[in-house]
Design a protein around this ligand. Structure first.
Ligand code: FE
Length: 330
């Protein structure tokens, strides 16, 4: 029954053209016109990852959580029903719209529509990004992560952890209550943050290359009011990212270099601050009522190694001049 990744996200919006412009030219996704006011966006070999649906009201959305196969989907549905959660086996017509083999739907305690599915369709055509990027880091890590405001973070935690099988990566209890949960090596696929009203704050998508993010930042700088938060580095998932306003009321976090967690060794950490190592100016003000929030500043200047993958870095010389000199003589 284990959920493996955030497979897709659907949002309601009456601005499909604005979304197409934003998702292709700013984010680098590939637009696919599904007709009827529905725009789908590719990020990889899948037929769609992000769907903007004009027939859904602004603020309506659905989160697609992926499981391995039909047996896993049945087991998850049975587990939810056993806990008293209403589960709907969705018809083949909806599975066709989602480009998956089968799906069920249910709601989390905050009222978000969640869908669990298996068998996402892969496109015949290779992914063609909307602008020149090296690509999105998806695969086993899914399309990214989402941050949800919930009125009862502990109830949401119980649902996501105890029923859906998410595991805690980090959490914080003061000055806010928040849980960062993983289902694969991505540090978190969902963050649950206590707030006065339930809402989706952002979708994070991760790029393969740091330059993809920097070049995206250049594009964003041409229209600065679209930047919610400046380039910065998070202290928990070590993501270097910035935040963009979208044509809807959600944000997109555009990032590179997120850390991975390994369940065999990972211990959930209680965070003492949600402050970033640097940057992200505007983010925490936006999370509150507009005033700077009283997050304690880190006492020291924190730093951590960048998280890189094979082929995405060159090791610098000059770490130890003496040793380099010795090697040079050898
Ligand atoms: Fe995030």
């Amino acid at each position: 029954m284990t959920i493996q990744a955030l497979g897709y996200l659907g949002i309601g919006s009456a601005k499909p053209d604005d979304w197409t412009d934003f998702a292709t030219k700013w984010l680098g996704m590939q637009a696919v016109d599904r007709g009827g006011g529905v725009r789908a966006f590719r990020m990889d070999d899948r037929k769609q990852r992000l769907v903007v649906d004009g027939s859904l009201a602004e603020g309506q959305r659905y989160f697609g959580w992926e499981v391995a196969d039909a047996a896993a989907l049945d087991a998850l549905a049975a587990r939810l029903e056993g806990a008293g959660v209403a589960v709907r086996r969705e018809p083949a017509s909806l599975a066709d719209q989602r480009f998956v083999r089968a799906l069920v739907s249910f709601a989390d305690p905050a009222g978000n529509r969640l869908e669990a599915f298996h068998g996402a369709a892969v496109a015949d055509e290779p992914f063609r990004p909307g602008r020149s990027i090296s690509g999105f880091r998806t695969g086993p890590q899914g399309m990214g992560h989402t941050l949800l405001f919930v009125q009862d973070a502990d109830a949401a935690l119980a649902f996501y952890r105890d029923l859906l099988g998410f595991r805690i990566s980090d959490f914080i209890r003061t000055p806010v209550t928040a849980y960062f949960l993983h289902v694969n090596p991505r540090h978190h696929s969902v963050a649950l943050v206590q707030a006065p009203v339930s809402a989706m704050h952002h979708l994070m998508v991760e790029l393969y290359s740091f330059d993809d993010v920097g070049q995206g930042y250049d594009i964003a700088m041409s229209n600065r009011e679209r930047i919610l938060a400046t380039l910065g580095r998070h202290s928990n998932d070590l993501m270097t990212s910035f935040y963009l306003r979208t044509p809807s009321d959600i944000m997109v976090e555009y990032g590179w270099g997120g850390r991975e967690v390994n369940d065999a060794t990972w211990q959930p950490q209680e965070m003492t601050t949600v402050a970033s190592f640097w940057g992200h100016k505007g983010l925490f003000e936006a999370l509150g009522d507009g005033r700077p929030m009283p997050f304690p500043e880190p006492k020291e200047m924190p730093r951590a190694p960048v998280q890189v993958m094979e082929g995405n870095y060159h090791r610098m010389s000059g770490v130890c001049p003496w040793w380099d000199a010795v090697k040079g003589r050898g």
